[in-house]
Design a protein around this ligand. Sequence first.
Ligand code: BTN
Length: 334
Amino acid sequence: MEFNSKNEPSFLKVLNFLKTHDTEYLSGQDLSDVLRISRVAIWKSIKKIEELGYKIETKQKVGYKLVEKPKTIFPWELSSGLKTKFMGHTIYYFDEIDSTQRFSHEIANKENNGAIIIATQQNSGKGRIGRKWVSRNGGIYFSAVLFPKFDISFATVFPMAASLALAKTIEKLCEIKPELKWPNDVTIKGEKVAGILVDVSLQSNKIDYLILGIGINFDINEKEVQKELKKTPNFYGVKSLGEFSKNIQPVKFLQTLLQEIETIYFQLESKEIEKITKEWTKRSSTIGKNIKIPTEEGIIQGKATKIENDGALVVENKNKSSRIIAGDVVHLEK
Ligand code: BTN
């Protein structure tokens, strides 16, 4: 099943009407008269809406009443109340896809800035460094197609900036303060709650487009995912936001996140990098710790002392100071 915000499905009129009149029962005849749709079309719409997971109470000879919405991030739910200037103004939704990241590359060149692709499940979710991203029901998985006006040198800061947006969203909505692990992992009590993957397509040394992919363990079964991932190198545990986000609907979470991403995107376009690295450092679980990073040239070990304005991590030990651009950090102390 898939939807695209550019083509409104035919049942949406009925659904919107039920939503705005959810304290009363509406008869098929009333719906048909007001919406100028046949009784048969009303009945078909009701069936479709129920199939999508909405709960409709039906009273014989009285009518229909919408009593519950599903948790699914359908495009029409995300758009309603979304206050961004451009993020998420085009939305693709898939209940199942291989990877929203892969699909984004396919459509990037004909899309608007900020188009997003959401999936309830991914069968071949992609993680950093060629790893897989387990994407079962209950998580939030999406990619955004972006055409930033900032310089290519900012592309390395972007993943960090996105992790900051995610941390701010969690702080706003959930009862927990997450940590940021360099370069862009969001953790809770040291375990991974979300991952960020940024692909940049270049043309003549300029950013052609950028795909920002985010996977959030919103309300997943930690044990099941853990079992699947425990053999991954440098694996350090999976955390679900579930216990901290009980009353938060995924739609509300994603709307807030898109707004935070947009704010940070504008900050990058106006070169406010220091503001971003400062806020990131405040939440960092890496700076100040003894760490190691396996690189192609060998293991770099020492104390992580700061983040530079291009997102590089500075690691110092007795003999020297190294600047690391990419890699997997292993914390050597709690
Ligand atoms: C990581 O390894 O930490 C990054 C994980 C990124 C996963 C997201 S889920 C949505 C998007 N589609 C993908 O296939 N991957 C990214």
